[in-house]
Design a protein around this ligand. Structure first.
Ligand code: SF4
Length: 221
């Protein structure tokens, strides 16, 4: 990481990210999450590998962030069974079963579309599998969230998801939405609208181990 910080302006940004990240971690902890700030994606991967035991199954319900930190490959390498539905060989029928398997895994590993300064997690989903996995489960859940997803408040968090996360996701999945043409949300009534289920976790849900790793780098959308 140090080798990557060649710009003379980077140390100030690194410090700004640390201050912001640690403030968000404090807020998340007050809201019942087990939260930690790390500076780099490499450290985030180490956290994930510590939080998730060897041998358990891991459901990954759609996350660019989890792939960007290399968690999928590392978990597979050490023998964790991975369930994820971004497998292009899945048929529609087997994809439905895979969505169920993801949510029923021993652990859920995902990101969050946004996290507010006061420690709330904000997510918008089209199918609903991801917010479903976040809303309830007997399985522990681990979130890895890049600093780019920190938003001042609830309103700006929702706007961030629609303006920053959804357009590239629609483009990635070749979904014909207005935002895939304009690059920002048009609050559409399109039949292909992917913003359908909004989940706001004001607190960690009762009785569930919920870990959040805030990373001082931009990750995912
Ligand atoms: S409401 Fe429609 S235009 Fe806005 S982000 Fe969602 S899919 Fe895109």
């Amino acid at each position: 990481m140090k080798e990557k910080n060649l710009s003379p302006f980077q140390p100030a940004m690194t410090e700004k990210n640390r201050l912001l990240g640690e403030a968000v971690v404090k807020a998340l902890s007050e809201n019942g999450f087990s939260a930690k700030y790390v500076e780099t994606r490499e450290e985030a991967l180490m956290e994930v590998l510590e939080l998730i035991p060897e041998g358990v199954s891991v459901g990954i319900p759609g996350s660019v962030t989890i792939r960007e930190i290399g968690a999928l490959e590392k978990l597979q390498e050490r023998g964790n069974k991975i369930y994820h539905h971004w497998d292009p060989t899945l048929t529609p029928e087997s994809k439905n079963q895979r969505l169920t398997d993801e949510n029923n895994s021993d652990y859920i590993l995902t990101s969050s579309n946004a996290v507010t300064h006061d420690g709330m997690l904000v997510n918008i989903d089209g199918v609903g599998n991801r917010v479903s996995a976040m809303a309830w489960g007997n399985n522990p859940i681990v979130y890895v969230v890049g600093i780019n997803k920190v938003a001042k408040d609830l309103q700006s968090a929702i706007q961030r998801v629609r303006d920053e996360a959804t357009p590239p996701n629609a483009l990635r999945l070749s979904i014909d939405t207005p935002c895939s043409k304009t690059g920002h949300c048009m609050d559409c009534k399109s039949p292909s609208r992917v913003c359908r289920a909004l989940l706001i976790l004001e607190r960690a849900t009762m009785g569930r181990k919920s870990h959040v790793v805030i990373v001082g780098e931009d990750l995912g959308y």
